[in-house]
Design a protein around this ligand. Structure first.
Ligand code: ADP
Ligand code: MG
Length: 444
């Protein structure tokens, strides 16, 4: 079989790193080029789930990278080692956990309490989760964790269920995404199997549903979930829910459900601060046996401050680049790997850059944004500015609040959450916001 030229593979990976953005996954370091012949590049992936991911999400990315690196028309195909040997190989990343018939589940070792880094942003969520895993149904019921994407909600849900399951294997633990719950319900209705659906969920000792906000647009499932909730609650069975927004922010959800979500403990997870990000980077690198010098960990944590998933992407990019270059990871490699995407600018974004764009877009004056005025036509663009300042600059909440008319940090937090939730519910607004960020980025 024709092996792939090292230089070609290196150029492909460099291109993938520079244009792959959030599509890059930590296990990309395990991709192996198998052959490049007759216009087809075969890449080996670690397992079936990874293969599925590659086929559906990054096929085009790799195809374009391969074409650019070779200057030829190349197709890309992803294979697992079992595709070659013909035997089935289970993968290290289990799918979401729930098998309706057996009520058993598989948990990822990676999503445990041991691998979860705590900091001011998530300490309460972590402590509550540990308490729940020590005494399901006895402390906080329900436990409701909320926070934006990539901040560790699924990780904590899995950690709780994994710990309970490890210590008491006879406990019936049901951990699933809300989407699975909804689909299972719809399917059960269609197939006349509502009875077994109900039996299953109402007899769980722990019911953990991830991304419960998904219930919002499914009225019938809400009704069903309401009764499931009541049965479990009355039986002192543990309910754990995660969501990308707080109960109060959940639109299109019945009031009686929202009030139940507040019966136990509602905890928010915030974005990790710099120190926590450094600790997470070290932990993730160790987990993947990547040796990462301190200065590189600090550099990554300083560059990527949105969420933990993106931190992982940055580690992966750095490790991939070092691998194809045949070098140890150092600051220069990390700068090259990450610099191509997140910090592709000559300088950092400042609040002034943000203001310049926002004042024009919303047709407001800077002095109004910095004033005490609270009319919506002023308050809304101000919130947008605070949100952008939070996500695009390194200023603290206090600094940002101070800049906008001496407001305190809770105002900035509130603005951040308002804009984030609007972004989640209003796709038109999301497009506007994206284009504003884009304009700001291209102005520096
Ligand atoms: P969410 O469900 O909130 O969108 P996830 O739980 O899927 O986020 O987390 C995204 C990634 O970030 C996962 O790989 C997870 O392990 C990691 N992660 C998030 N928070 C932490 C943390 N505090 N410590 C370690 N890893 C974290
Ligand atoms: Mg999640």
């Amino acid at each position: 079989m024709a092996t792939v030229d090292r230089g070609v593979w290196q150029r492909i990976i460099e291109k993938v790193i520079s244009s792959g953005g959030n599509l890059i996954r930590p296990w990309f370091t395990k991709l192996e080029p198998l052959s490049l012949e007759h216009g087809l590049l075969e890449i080996q992936v670690p397992g079936a789930d990874e293969k599925k991911y590659c086929q559906s999400h990054v096929s085009r990315l790799f195809t374009e990278a391969a074409q650019e690196a070779t200057g030829r028309l190349v197709g890309v195909c992803f294979l697992t080692s079992s595709d070659e040997s013909g035997t089935y190989e289970s993968t290290s990343i289990p799918a979401q956990i729930y098998e309706p018939e057996k009520s058993t589940f598989q948990l990822s070792d990676e999503y445990s309490f041991d691998t979860f880094v705590t900091g001011p942003c998530n300490r309460l969520a972590h402590a509550a989760s540990v308490a729940v895993s020590d005494g399901p149904g006895q402390t906080y019921n329900p436990l409701f964790l909320h926070g934006s994407v990539g901040l560790g909600k699924t990780h904590l849900l899995q950690a709780v269920c994994g710990k309970v399951f490890a210590s008491k294997p006879d406990v019936s633990v049901c951990l699933l995404s809300c989407e699975t719950f909804v689909n299972h319900f719809i399917q059960s209705v269609e197939q006349g199997k509502l009875h077994s659906f109900r039996y299953q969920y109402r007899h769980a000792d722990i019911l953990a549903i991830d991304d419960i906000q998904f219930l919002a647009d499914h009225e019938q499932t809400q009704e069903e979930f309401f009764h499931t909730f009541n049965t479990l609650y009355q039986d002192h069975k543990q309910i754990i829910l995660s969501s990308d927004r707080s109960p109060a922010e959940m639109k299109n959800l019945e009031e009686r459900l929202i009030s139940r979500f507040n019966w136990g403990l509602v905890v928010r997870i915030d974005r990790p601060c710099y120190e926590t990000r450094v600790a997470i980077v070290h932990k993730k690198a160790r987990l993947r046996s990547i040796s990462l010098p301190d200065d590189v960990a600090c550099f990554i944590a300083g560059q990527v401050d949105s969420n933990t998933r993106e931190l992982e992407g940055a580690i992966a990019k750095t490790a991939m680049l070092a691998q194809v270059l045949g070098k140890n990871i150092d600051l220069a490699v990390a700068e090259q790997a990450i610099g191509t995407t997140s910090a592709n600018h000559r300088r950092e974004v400042t609040i002034e850059d943000i203001l310049k764009v926002v004042t024009i877009r919303f047709n407001v004056r800077l002095s109004d944004l910095q004033s005490k005025k609270r009319s919506r036509s002023i308050a809304f663009p101000r919130q947008v500015c605070m949100y952008l300042a939070r996500s695009m600059t390194r200023h603290s909440l206090e600094e940002i609040g101070g800049y906008f008319g001496g407001r305190d940090h809770t105002t900035v937090l509130h603005a951040n959450r308002t804009i984030e939730s609007l972004k989640g519910s209003d796709s038109e607004f999301q497009v506007t916001l994206d284009s504003i960020s884009h304009e700001i980025n291209s102005s520096v």
